[in-house]
Design a protein around this ligand. Structure first.
Ligand SMILES: Cc1cc2nc3c(=O)[nH]c(=O)nc-3n(C[C@H](O)[C@H](O)[C@H](O)COP(=O)(O)OP(=O)(O)OC[C@H]3O[C@@H](n4cnc5c(N)ncnc54)[C@H](O)[C@@H]3O)c2cc1C
Length: 405
């Protein structure tokens, strides 16, 4: 065998898995169709992600603490409102407690991960490289590349994103639907401080999220914007100039950030839900967006993938220590049983939230506001939501507690 595992897809999730395995003396071959250096360029992925506290603990123990210290902005509170109505739901950690999560630009996380993976002797990174075929039998998973090179391992892992060709070739079906809207993503500098508060304003056309970032170079505060727009209006929104876009955003946030200036080009992302019928086939597992994808309303998609990585690392490290075949059904079953319910629940909640707030009219709005005020007055329910945002619910793998396995 050439390695302990072959990982197809070296995005944020595939690379993190390779690094996590290497930190436990396990080897991997990572194959990505793209040149990964190009994916760290300024224009490639303008998004920033809310990395839940538990995910950030894992990335720190894997050696990526510097990027969080230098560029991460702690989320100290989350405020949820129905439009700009005065009733709101406020989750506050106080200034001393652990933050709910850390906002970080994807580009910076990709850059740090790529450098860590390239420096790791137990990871063989092949990118750009095209997978010509993946065959799996009782003994091994074998990948043949378009240039004729052949690699084998006891287990192949598909981390090749929402349109996973590996998943499709294995005949694994997905439940999927598209939302009638798209996410417009940009960055604004503003005159009022954000105080580490992430705001989620729900409108019938879709939510608008204001996410706190480290300050802009000129000392002004900075926030990432994820504005869910009607799919039909997305093309027009993409063409808005910076002033017009700033005006559209300002009109929806009631002066919350003071004077705002759009400081990054907007990108538009289609939004959909999908969940694979199973995460496993003979000598194959799905992780990250290859297995599931949710509406970004609660910033959970990447964090679900990080939880997959933490659980799978623990499963594989335990199996290696006890001498089990890494591709055996018992190993695959343990991973599937650990991750399926959590991913299904997050998918259902984010989908439900999106639909609940999309219902137009005064009566649904009144019910929603009553619900927000109710949760606000119920400390145990609020505590549960905050644990969910931190990524601290369910059976936590060691890595998410900031420990190696
Ligand atoms: C607007 C928006 C905002 C979001 N915000 C958040 C947030 O705040 N918090 C959060 O947790 N999540 C967020 N998400 C979700 C998050 O971005 C995704 O869940 C995450 O990027 C998935 O990572 P991945 O590595 O699984 O897949 P991908 O990022 O899609 O990576 C897949 C990799 O596989 C490679 N690949 C593809 N096909 C092949 C092939 N055939 N062979 C080899 N390689 C291949 C690709 O080149 C790529 O490098 C957001 C999503 C959107 C759309």
């Amino acid at each position: 065998m050439n390695a302990d595992v072959i990982i197809i897809g070296g995005g944020l999730i595939g690379s993190t898995l390779a690094l996590a395995l290497a930190r436990h003396d396990m080897s991997s071959i990572v194959i990505d169709a793209q040149d990964l250096t190009a994916t760290t360029a300024a224009g490639f992925d303008g998004r920033a992600s809310a990395v839940a506290s538990a995910s950030a603990q894992m990335l720190r123990i894997l050696g990526l603490g510097d990027v969080f210290d230098a560029h991460g902005c702690p989320i100290r509170a989350i405020r949820v409102t129905d439009g700009t109505a005065p009733q709101f739901l406020h989750f506050d950690t106080g200034s001393t407690a652990d933050p709910l999560g850390i906002m970080l630009e994807n580009r910076l996380l990709r850059t740090a991960l790529l450098a860590a993976v390239q420096a790791e002797p137990l990871v063989t990174l092949l990118a750009p490289a095209q997978v010509a075929s993946l065959t799996r039998d009782d003994h091994a998973a074998t990948v043949t590349l378009a240039d004729g090179r052949v690699f084998t391992a006891p287990l192949a892992i598909a981390a090749d994103g929402r349109r996973s060709a590996t998943r499709e070739a294995a005949g694994i079906r997905i439940a999927t639907w598209s939302y009638p809207n798209a996410a417009l993503v940009s960055m604004v500098a503003h005159s009022e401080p954000h105080g580490g508060v992430a705001c989620e304003l729900f409108y019938p056309s879709g939510p608008l999220a204001l996410l706190p970032m480290t300050d802009h170079g000129d000392g002004r505060a900075r926030s990432a914007i994820v504005w869910t727009v009607d799919a039909a209006a997305a093309a027009g929104a993409r063409k808005l100039g910076p002033r017009a876009l700033a005006g559209e955003i300002a009109a929806r946030i009631d002066g919350t950030l003071g004077d705002i200036e759009v400081i990054a080009p907007q990108a538009v992302w289609p939004l959909g839900y999908h969940h694979a019928a199973t995460y496993q086939a003979q000598r194959l597992l799905l992780i990250g967006d290859a297995g599931h994808g949710v509406h970004p309303i609660a910033g959970q998609g990447l964090n679900m993938g990080f939880r997959d990585v933490a659980a799978l690392t623990e499963v594989l490290v335990d199996a290696a220590r006890t001498g089990l075949d890494l591709g055996s059904p018992a190993v695959l079953d343990r991973y599937g049983a650990w991750r399926r319910l959590d991913n299904a629940m997050v998918g259902a909640v984010t989908d439900g939230l999106n639909r609940l707030f999309a219902i137009p009219g005064r009566l649904p709005a009144a019910v929603r506001r009553f619900g927000l005020a109710g949760v606000q007055r119920l400390p145990p329910l609020k505590a549960r939501f905050m644990a969910e945002a931190r990524g601290e619910t369910g059976t936590l793998p060691a890595l998410l507690r900031g420990e190696l396995v």
